[in-house]
Design a protein around this ligand. Structure first.
Ligand code: GDP
Length: 409
């Protein structure tokens, strides 16, 4: 009996040892020497391949727990995530190099001639008629009026054309084109100073300060866009620029301006939405002085609800900026597609602030380029820049010769 009990004890001990060896042996075999690819990083990490000699069968429940315990921390470790996340990380905005301004109007002339066909080509066709009778002259007049040249300039032009055609007796296509070119140029004017005044001024403290340009106009005309494009024009010409987002009336204007600035590496000074435009403009010039920037461009709000409100606001912005020193340029932005309405706006703005130059936007989308003549007459200041599209470099210095050539070629 004792022998039997002893034999049973020995058998139990031996069996226990053997089963323990089997379990721990399986665990050892299943535990990978290094952590397998985690499920979280499986998008980009290669799938874990079974190693030679390892079982390829799916892990059992008890083993899965063991694998999870081992792999979870690894999967959450940032080091394992980094290579997968790297391509999606937001790239720092690259600073663009705007295209040079020289010859921009020539590059953009196709846009101009497409939209201005009725003016230039229409006039040429009419002038080329065999008999220039009264009806034809009336049609010429109508063409000019439709293009918004304005009543008085239209009458002047028709009169001169009639006289010169009669006196010169010139009727060849080349002769007529040359004649029309000359007369249109006379109407637009070739002597005006069309440069945007951005030279340094002398500050009230006697030191040099950046050139200050205020951009004014009714909201929607393309004012903020023009300010951004002008920053690019200046940067393209090697100038450093600070932007002042003083259009605190339109909610998105400051963001919009800042985006333009960031693209060319220009800092934007902005304030709270609905904040005081004059103090933002003041701070912008202060920043420009601190940075020794070449030019400070100030975008303003253009609310036409009351003339007094506008006068108060724009007048105040200018006066407050002038505490630093002179404002070199006040550019009025007008939307060329608004025709006579644009002229009404021009009149109101001219009454509240001294306009020194005009920017005509959206000339790519209208046949009413004659507004150039009308607005210059109205304000007695030259058109300096024209907008010919929504592209970043679609703002061109206004060159009368290239403009007229685009109309009649
Ligand atoms: P703001 O309210 O006067 O500051 O107007 P924005 O600068 O926001 O411009 C209003 C719209 O006019 C935007 O969609 C501009 O892209 C567009 N715009 C501005 N200038 C031109 C231009 O020369 N041609 C065309 N086609 N669109 C323009």
């Amino acid at each position: 009996m004792e022998t039997v009990i002893l034999a049973v004890i020995i058998a139990v001990v031996v069996l226990g040892t053997i089963s323990g060896l089997v379990v721990s042996g399986r665990k050892k075999k299943k535990l990978p020497p290094s952590p397998p690819a985690a499920p979280q990083s499986s998008v980009t990490a290669p799938p874990a391949e079974p190693q030679v000699g390892e079982e390829a069968e799916p892990p059992r429940d008890e083993d899965r727990r063991t694998i999870e315990e081992v792999t979870l921390p690894t999967a959450e470790a940032p080091a394992a995530e980094a290579p997968a996340a790297e391509p999606e990380a937001p790239a720092a905005p690259a600073i663009e190099v705007p295209e040079p301004t020289a010859g921009r109007l020539v590059r953009l002339r196709a846009r101009l001639s497409r939209s201005q066909n009725t003016l230039g080509k229409g006039l040429l066709t009419l002038l080329s008629r065999e008999h220039l009778d009264e009806d034809t002259w009336e049609e010429i007049e109508d063409t000019l009026l439709t293009a918004d040249v304005g009543v008085v300039p239209t009458q002047e032009l028709v009169e001169r054309l009639r006289e010169r055609v009669k006196v010169l007796g010139t009727r060849t296509p080349e002769g007529l084109r040359a004649l029309l070119r000359e007369e249109l140029l006379t109407l637009i004017g070739t002597d005006a100073d069309r440069s945007v005044h951005t030279a340094n001024g002398i500050g009230n403290g006697g030191d040099e300060i950046p050139g200050v340009v205020m951009v004014v106009g009714v909201n929607g005309t393309g004012k903020t866009t023009t300010t951004g494009k002008l920053a690019r024009v200046l940067v393209a010409d090697g100038r450093s620029v600070v932007l002042g987002a003083a259009d605190t009336f339109r909610a998105a204007a400051a963001d919009q301006l800042q985006t333009w600035g960031e693209r060319v590496g220009a800092r934007t000074v902005r304030g709270p939405e609905g904040g005081d435009p004059a103090s933002i403009a003041f701070d912008a010039v202060k920043e420009g002085i601190a940075e020794s920037a070449d030019v400070v461009l100030i975008d303003t709000a253009g609310r036409l609800h009351t003339k007094t409100g506008l006068m108060d606001e724009l007048g105040k912005v200018k006066r407050v900026v002038e505490k630093h020193g002179p404002v070199g340029e006040v550019l009025l932005v007008l939307d060329a597609t608004t025709g006579q309405n644009g002229l009404v706006q021009a009149r109101v703005f001219a009454e509240v602030v001294d306009i020194t130059g005009v920017v005509l936007t959206k000339l790519d989308g209208t046949a009413k380029g004659g507004i150039i003549v009308a607005v210059q007459r109205e304000l007695g200041v030259p058109v300096k820049l024209i907008g010919l599209g929504e592209g970043a470099d679609d703002l061109a210095p206004f060159e009368p010769e290239a403009f007229v050539d685009a109309l009649i070629d």
